[in-house]
Design a binder for this molecule. Structure first.
Ligand code: ADP
Ligand code: MG
Length: 730
């Protein structure tokens, strides 16, 4: 809108402006898009019997009585107003400084008056009350009919706080709505699209969402704004997709008798049906002269690595190189090791015993010494290394390739757009890109956020994997906890390994981004288990006496991490107390027990990832979820869902239904406001599908949105650097 960026402090004054800013609402445009969270039905009165102590509420009720008496402290008067909604009643308490203020209240709150009251619910002498509520009266209307119509309007309930109750927000919004004209609103939806979907016109929708005449009114308005959100997102994705498709890539067709064939011939297993299907899709993408953009998703252990390696071989056979970017050093090293194992002599060209037709693997991480680094850089630049594996170190300016044809990005959600672009820019032409993730992405999410990439899925786990059993352990049951440690000891005595995961590093260490759960313990009532304390506890535990216990977390220096990891892998230190750094991809076949402490503080998908660390060898896995959650509580039920299924997709859907999208999509999206205000990926999948179809059609016809300037401007605002998370999912 024209005055869209007017600061609210200027429009409504400092106190209101500041209170709105706390809600993330800074400009008049923000305020117009601060849609009501829900609508209360005025006719039925908001239910007083539902009030809970401590809640900030807005109720609508009728005044039954008013009494004023002097307070013990004689300078104050206590005014008690009883209000009712026919079903129950509650007292309002006001402290008046003088007689004049008492008179004012008596005048306004006469018996029979209906008002909207908001304040925090307190308990006083066994009864609930609202202390000093803000109120506005519903009978300030010109005539009765007007008053009834007003009383029957649904009441918009806004996300509010104590400084600024919902009805004050409604008031502020109203002052913006009254003078609002159609030309003040930027409508990004092309008229023909709006017509096809019977969308409300933007001005009407803006009025209806904030001041609906009835329920049908706000529902149509919501639909309009949901469609708009979906359409913007899908147009941005379609443009990204079209942008990348417009680049030229070097085709890397299969070559008979090359490294790929040699690799296939020596694989110690046959590819699963799913692996073959996905491999064929990738092989065909690589043959095209526009860059592949494919997301390969598959459970931990579903065999993504060999699929990616086959793609790398195809590219090397066609004269190119491949880079594999991993989020952590542990993972980069592990990838290098498993790829070296799969390749054998094929990956040791130029080395004694290596194959002359083969290629070489270079590993580039932050902890190489100068000579190692120089060698790796030289191998990448000369092309001697067909495969370059690394962490963020791969993105450095000094890293050059002879001919980068394929980038594989593992756990892609851990990287930002710029990082992926930085790697991409190292090709002479645009490299083909393969993204991998072990976090199952439900179809609804894939459609919403990954509209710019093709998605391939490995659903089956290669045969021969061992079963995993999951049990819940109540944390306050000493006997069960004891049994847990006995089980850990037993497994280790049988030559196996065990993980014990805690949500925090230490009580004092600050937050460590990737490792401390975003929701921590919000009220700090019960401190979460920490790696350091748990390690001490277990060292003192008699049944574990004599066992070496390793400690792992993201704060350790790299050398120490490697040392701890290799002591664990080799069995020298068979019990590992760790944060979720071991969440992704870590592969220790002898690990058979996973104990997760404060399990209720983790998301289902994350727990599923952790559980996937065991049962990777020949022995069955055991996952023990220790939690303080009360049996029957939603948290305990979530854990039961996990115990009952091993299907990651089912869990991801369950996660999505129970938590908000942001939580499911990972920490990258939390914190900053999500640009989706009303749209919900599961509930609104039909809207998203419809918007996607229209968006793709529009971008195909008008890729630069030359004929749709409103759309262009709106998207530009969404994807500006401050809103980069908007697209930072693919
Ligand atoms: P992901 O990266 O998807 O978690 P990996 O690629 O690491 O899984 O594969 C897990 C294990 O399964 C590895 O040891 C790998 O060699 C093995 N594997 C992969 N594909 C097959 C297959 N088709 N049959 C048997 N084992 C396989
Ligand atoms: Mg892997």
């Amino acid at each position: 809108m024209i005055e869209g960026e007017a600061r609210l402090t200027r429009v409504f004054g400092e106190p209101t402006g500041k209170a709105l800013a706390k809600l993330g609402v800074h400009t008049t445009t923000d305020l117009l898009h601060h849609y009501p969270r829900r609508y209360a039905d005025r006719g039925a009165y908001t239910e007083l019997h539902r009030l809970a102590v401590g809640e900030h509420v807005t109720v609508i009720a009728k005044v039954v009585s008013l009494t004023a008496r002097p307070a013990k402290n004689r300078s104050l008067h206590v005014v008690t107003v009883k209000i009712t909604d026919a079903r129950s009643s509650i007292d309002l308490t006001f402290f008046a400084r003088n007689r004049r203020m008492v008179g004012h209240l008596e005048h306004q709150l006469q018996v029979g008056t209906i008002g909207m009251f908001s304040g925090v619910v307190k308990a006083y002498r066994g009864a609930l009350q609202l202390l000093h509520p803000d109120f506005s009266l519903l009978d300030d209307f010109e005539d009765e009919a007007n008053a009834i119509a007003e009383a029957e309007r649904p009441v918009p309930i806004y996300r509010a706080n104590a400084a600024l109750p919902s009805w004050k927000i409604a008031q502020a919004v109203r002052t913006l709505l009254d003078p609002l004209r159609a030309e003040d609103l930027l409508d990004p939806i092309p008229p023909d699209v709006a017509r096809r979907h019977h969308l409300m016109d933007p001005l009407q929708a803006m009025r209806a969402i904030h001041r609906p005449a009835n329920a049908a009114d706000w529902k149509r308005a919501q639909h309009r704004f949901k469609f708009t959100e979906a359409f913007l997102l899908q147009t941005a994705l379609a443009r990204r997709r079209a942008d990348i498709a417009a680049y030229e890539a070097t085709p890397r067709p299969e070559r008979a008798g090359g490294l790929l064939d040699a690799l296939d011939a020596q694989l110690p297993f046959t590819l699963t049906e799913g692996q073959r299907t996905v491999a064929a899709e990738i092989a065909s993408d690589l043959t095209a002269d526009n860059p592949m953009q494919r997301l390969l998703q598959g459970e931990v252990g579903s065999g993504k690595t060999v699929v990616a390696l086959r793609a790398m071989m195809q590219v090397i056979d066609a004269g190119g190189q491949a880079a594999l970017l991993a989020p952590t050093e542990v993972l980069a090293v592990q990838h290098a090791r498993s790829i070296a194992n799969l390749l054998g002599p094929l990956g040791e060209a130029g080395l004694l015993g290596g194959s002359d037709e083969g290629t070489r693997i270079a590993l580039l991480t932050g902890s190489l010494n100068a000579a190692q680094r120089r060698q790796a850089l030289a191998d990448a630049a000369s092309g001697a290394a067909g495969i370059v594996i690394g962490t963020h170190a791969l993105l450095g300016e000094k890293v050059q390739f002879a001919d980068l044809g394929l980038t594989v990005i593992d756990e892609q959600h851990r990287f930002g757009v710029e990082q992926r672009d930085a790697l991409r820019a190292k090709g002479r032409t645009m490299p083909h890109q393969l993204f991998m993730t072990a976090t199952p992405i439900p179809r609804s999410v894939a459609m919403t956020f990954f509209g710019d990439v093709e998605v391939s899925t490995l659903r089956e786990i290669p045969a021969g994997r061992s079963p995993i059993t999951t049990h819940l352990v109540p944390a306050d049951n000493e006997r069960w906890l004891q049994r847990t440690w006995e089980k850990v000891a037993e497994e280790i005595r049988r030559g196996n390994r065990a993980y014990v995961v805690a949500p925090r590093i230490s009580a004092t260490a600050g937050e460590d981004g990737t490792e401390v759960l975003p929701d921590g313990d919000p009220d700090g009532k019960r401190p979460l288990a920490t790696v350091e304390e748990v390690a001490d506890l277990l060292r003192a535990e008699p049944v574990l006496a004599g066992l070496a216990i390793g400690v792992m977390h993201g704060r350790l220096p790299t050398e120490e991490k490697d040392a701890v990891m290799s002591a664990f892998t080799s069995g020298r230190s068979p019990l590992l107390v760790t944060t979720t750094v071991i969440e992704v991809g870590v592969d220790v076949p002898e690990a058979t027990v996973m104990v997760v402490l404060d399990a209720d503080r983790f998301g289902l998908s994350q727990l599923h990832q952790l559980r996937g660390r065991v049962g990777r060898g020949t022995e069955p896995g055991l996952c023990l979820l220790v939690s303080h959650a009360d049996p029957g509580s939603p948290a305990a039920e979530r854990l039961t869902v996990l115990a009952n299924t091993l299907d990651g997709f089912e869990l991801a859907e369950a996660d999505l239904e129970q938590r908000r999208e942001g939580d499911v999509l990972g920490a990258a999206q939390s914190g900053r406001g999500n640009s989706l205000r009303l749209l919900r990926v599961v509930a609104d999948r039909d809207i998203i599908a419809a918007a996607r179809e229209d968006a793709r059609k529009l971008v195909a016809e008008d890729p630069n949105l030359i004929h749709h300037p409103e759309l262009l401007v709106t998207i530009a605002q969404l994807v500006d650097p401050d809103h980069e998370e908007f697209l930072d999912r693919a």
